[in-house]
Design a protein around this ligand. Structure first.
Ligand SMILES: NC(=O)c1ccc[n+]([C@@H]2O[C@H](COP(=O)([O-])OP(=O)(O)OC[C@H]3O[C@@H](n4cnc5c(N)ncnc54)[C@H](O)[C@@H]3O)[C@@H](O)[C@H]2O)c1
Length: 251
């Protein structure tokens, strides 16, 4: 599928985490395929770079997904701007490598707030608008939501919650046209992975168990899959976690 396809012509999307990495690639891809896109992030400068990369075809909205009121405000801004909402992309997330015993309460609560609360409150705010459009929620999970990983206990917990958010919402809305799906990347070359730091005294044998053998993928690889999952071509995919991880979770 090329970017010249127009699978989202006449449709509106809200993408969180759109100032960088996977979220930016998703916002650009949906816009290239005809969507009107509200790009949401805490990083105003990064959002501006996304808007410029889209030749202005993306509307930037600064917002913090950990704040329930700001989630509602972001959805309201999309509906006010576009008059409808067809796609919610829950992408904003944070990760850290750390010993279980060294996780501070504030670090724990921050990761829960971004990776779980943010997904929940964005979905809660968006679904009333997605329902009449027969829309879709695409939650970016992770291989970390499907397997246990040393030194990333809180991250694994949050991504497991994203997987179950996806399945539970899929069942609650089973009798409606809404679709809810999850995309589970493995290692993707973004600021998140480039800035990733492990404590120096970890057992690297345990880390290598979740280090992909086929190298990093790109944000565009994820945007390709996201766009498919959000499109009508994926109309039969509901409540499913689709991995794109170079085989990381295969065995
Ligand atoms: N990069 C990987 O290898 C990888 C693998 C699996 C899953 N993921 C998931 O993909 C998603 C995107 O990750 P990425 O690699 O593109 O990371 P990234 O750091 O490049 O981008 C994340 C974006 O989220 C934004 N963000 C952080 N906190 C926010 C908040 N409170 N409110 C709004 N925006 C906020 C950041 O400003 C940033 O622009 C995350 O959910 C991550 O867990 C990434």
């Amino acid at each position: 599928m090329t970017a010249e396809a127009q699978r989202f012509a006449g449709r509106a999307a809200l993408v969180t985490g759109a100032a960088a990495g996977i979220g930016r690639a998703v916002a650009l891809r949906l816009a290239a395929e005809g969507a009107q896109v509200l790009a949401v992030d805490i990083d105003a400068a990064g959002l501006d770079a996304t808007r410029q990369a889209a030749d202005g075809a993306v509307v930037a909205h600064v917002g913090d997904v950990t704040d329930h009121a700001q989630c509602r405000a972001a959805v309201a801004a999309a509906v006010a701007e576009f008059g409808r909402l067809d796609v919610l992309g829950n992408v904003a997330g944070i990760a850290r490598g750390e010993h279980f015993g060294a996780v501070t309460e504030s670090a724990y609560r921050q990761m829960m707030a971004v990776n779980v609360d943010g997904y929940f409150f964005m979905a809660q705010a968006a679904i009333p608008h997605l329902l009449p459009a027969g829309g879709v929620v695409v939650n970016v999970a992770s291989n970390a939501g499907l397997m246990g990983q040393a030194y990333t206990v809180v991250y694994c917990m949050t991504k497991g919650a994203v997987v179950q958010l996806t399945r539970a919402l899929a069942m609650e809305y089973l009798k409606t046209p809404l679709r809810v799906v999850a995309l589970a990347p493995g290692g993707v070359d973004t600021g998140l992975t480039r800035g990733y730091q492990m404590p120096t005294d970890v057992d690297w044998d345990l880390v290598m168990r979740y280090t992909g053998q086929r190298g990093m993928s790109t944000p565009e690889d994820m945007a390709n899959l996201f766009a498919f999952l959000a499109s009508d071509e994926a109309r039969n995919i509901h409540g499913t976690v689709v991995s794109s991880d170079g085989g990381m979770t295969a065995g």
